[in-house]
Structure formats: structure tokens, C-alpha cells
Design a protein around this ligand. Sequence first.
Ligand code: 13P
Length: 228
Amino acid sequence: MSIVVANWKMNGNVFLVKQFVHRLNEIEAISKIIVCPPAALLGNFENFKHFIGAQNCFYEESGAFTGENSPKLLKELGCGYVLLGHSERRAIFHESDEMICQKWRAAVKQSLQPIICVGEKLEERGNWKDVLGHQLKNYVGHCDQNDTIFAYEPVWSIGTGIVPSASELGAVVSFLKEKLPRSALLYGGSVNAKNAGEIMGIKGVDGVLVGGASLQIDEFENIIKMVS
Ligand code: 13P
């Protein structure tokens, strides 16, 4: 089954969430739809007929960690998934591969399915194999691949409108699939309704992770149609 994940990078618009939930509930999708809002908005998904995920979690189950959300808490709030290692978390919040791996362990323990994001920066573009190999070293051979989704998000593609060519993406996807043959693999980075069909046509791509375009409900509905 193909997968469409929305990473709602939104703050402070509860009304919009309610509108989106209503619209998405009307969609009869063949794909699995997973919406990941900021944690503060997770309480607005009552009667949502698709899936919800968190954008991050902490690696401890309980304790005094002001401002953090444990996998257990997220699970109780209805999350089935959690994005981990998004490039914004890595760059802005200085999350290391080790910390992301700790979070991954904590999430799996609570049966919260992790979506691990990997991707090279613009200056690493010629060196993507080494970068991705390094980011994946804690999972290849260590994770139950059926329980973990991976998302390839080249940092240079996020929010830029630039997507890798079909041959570039095909090469990366076959490299990743060789390492993680049983995990679902998503592509993320400037996905829209125009390019979603071509991206889904690349062998090994199981779905898309959508940022900006997921906040435009008509566009997001069209992406879902292209992916299904
Ligand atoms: P854009 O779709 O806005 O490029 O963002 C991608 C992303 O970061 C999804 O996690």
C-alpha cells in the first residue's frame, strides 16, 4: 500500500487543523494517509479516519524533562507514527545520529512506528552514498525493517522547489533498498501534485513525505490522488 505523510510545519492555527481534518475525512483514499502535526495540535484529531503521527519524540519514557514528549504519551494521544531525524531537527536542534537512534529505540518499544529521515546537504551532494550510509549505520542489520519506515529527504530539496531527477532519485532509492529491502521507503522534498506521479513511478518508492504542499488542502488532495 502506498503511503502519504503530511509533515504539517504549522504553528498556531487550530481552526485550520479542524478544517483539514474535516476535508481529509471526506477522502476515500487507497493510500495510507498519515498526518504529523506539531505536538500541541495532536488533541484536535478526534474522529479522524486516517492516521496521526508526531514530528518528534523524546527518548526517555518518563521523568523530569521539561518540554519533551515521551513516546508513551504520544501513543496515548493516538499517534501511531513518529518522524525522527528530520533535517530540521538535525540542523536546528543539533540532533546526532546517536540521539536519533535512542529515540528510535524508545519509539519502537512503545509500538510507535518510526519514520526515520535521512538525506544529504547541498554540499554533500556528490558524496551522498557515504552520508546516507553513515546516517543508516544504526539501523541496517539492527532494526526490524518491517517496523521502521525510512524517508529520503535531500536537504537541498526541502522547501526549494528543486527535486532530484528521476535517474538521481532512482540511484539513491536502489542504494537504500539494497540496505533496507523490507522497509517502506518514502521520498520527501518539494513534493507537489505535479511531480508526485513521476516520483511514485520510480521503482522502490513506496510513498511521499510532504511538507509545504500538505498545508494547501486542494494540492494535498491532488497529491493523494496521484499517489493512490
Ligand atoms: P517540503 O515539501 O516543503 O519541501 O518539505 C519537505 C519536508 O521537510 C517534509 O518532511
